[in-house]
Design a protein around this ligand. Structure first.
Ligand code: ASN
Length: 339
């Protein structure tokens, strides 16, 4: 089998160029890769580049872009030994989590990376991120989609962008990185389910773009922040970012009534903590115990991105409210820790 890599370029800073309006994605990345990586390419696998159209700043990502990336990978699966997705950093964590559910425990590596400074510009971190991804993409499968950034290889379902300035832009706060790339490369492969891997099947579902919202709790929350979710028929679920160990203001009668009405209308609510590290202990405090009584799903130590995309994925499978309540509890791609 060929040891060739496929690089899927979606846009993002790594491939941007200066314009009068500021940095914007630019086509023709292959030439810039050749120029920036130069002779190092002699030690790396050969590669092809597919540029998606249009190339985007990842702040413009939508659920249909996840499908497009998946279809590109799936359609080319048999022809390459490994895959790299070049993506903007702003929403990379959402795409990485979405691809983790979509691909499952796949039999080849899909590594998602990008950069804070464009390739070809001085001090670009794109060179080291891309070189590192290329150097490990044809390793035996890590068993899940991964993110590689600033020498750290992380589970795709677990990352969060935590710095807009540092080269180490991503963290996996609740799961150890799969590898730290130094002079030596050492991998702890992820064991999902029984450790078996598969070829991703053709996509048979569509994401429903407007089906999931996010509610961030804050002191004296106005009801206008959430009332719209209730009245919007397209909205099937809300990820609620709660305080600390998963607490809400249980003295806020409007909020409590909203949560009860969500349950009555069979709209899902997921409890995800606002804290970057740790997770929920739903019910540990009286102020959070109400959530279990209202059948609100416990996000445990999942990220916002992991929860948002998991609900999208489950809804896209056409599952009922009751089935999703059940299936939520099982990790699909290592997205939360089991107690
Ligand atoms: N705005 C850019 C993007 O997400 C940021 C980056 O890639 N560093 O596309």
């Amino acid at each position: 089998m060929t040891q060739k890599l496929l690089i899927v370029y979606t846009g993002g800073t790594i491939g941007m160029a200066k314009t009068e309006q500021g940095l914007a994605p630019a086509a023709g990345l292959e030439g810039r890769i050749q120029a920036s990586l130069g002779e190092s390419l002699n030690d790396l696998p050969t590669f092809d580049v597919i540029e998606l159209c249009p190339l985007i700043d990842s702040s413009n990502i939508t659920t249909s872009n996840w499908s497009e990336i998946y279809d590109t990978l799936q359609g080319n699966w048999a022809h390459y030994a490994g895959f790299i997705v070049l993506h903007g950093t702003d929403t990379l964590a959402y795409t990485a989590a979405a691809l983790s559910y979509m691909l499952g425990a796949c039999d080849k590596n899909v590594i998602i990376t990008g950069s804070q400074i464009p390739l070809g510009m001085s001090r670009s971190d794109g060179v080291s991120n891309l070189e590192a991804a290329m150097s490990i993409a044809i390793e035996p499968s890590f068993g899940t989609a991964t993110v590689l950034f600033h020498h750290s290889l992380m589970q795709g379902s677990r990352v969060t962008k935590f710095s807009s300035h540092n080269f180490a832009a991503f963290q996996s706060f609740n799961a150890e990185p799969l590898a730290k790339l130094s002079i030596h490369k050492q991998f702890d492969r992820v064991k999902l389910n029984d450790g078996s891997t598969r070829t991703p099947p053709p996509r048979h579902y569509e994401f429903k773009a407007d089906s999931v919202g996010v509610l961030v709790l804050h002191p004296s929350l106005p009801s206008s922040a959430y009332q719209g979710f209730l009245n919007d028929d397209q909205c099937k679920a809300v990820i609620m970012q709660t305080y600390g160990a998963g607490n809400i203001a249980d003295s806020n009668q409007n909020l409590v009534a909203f949560l009860a009405a969500m349950q009555e209308r069979k709209k899902l609510v997921v409890n995800v903590t606002q804290c970057a590290h740790g997770g929920t202990s739903q019910g540990a405090y009286a102020a959070g115990s109400l959530l279990s009584r209202l059948s609100i799903l416990d996000g445990k130590d999942i990220t916002l991105e992991g929860a948002f995309t998991k609900i999208h994925w489950l809804l896209a499978q056409g599952l009922s409210f009751e089935d999703i309540q059940q299936q939520w509890k099982t990790p699909l791609a290592g997205e939360f820790s089991l107690d």
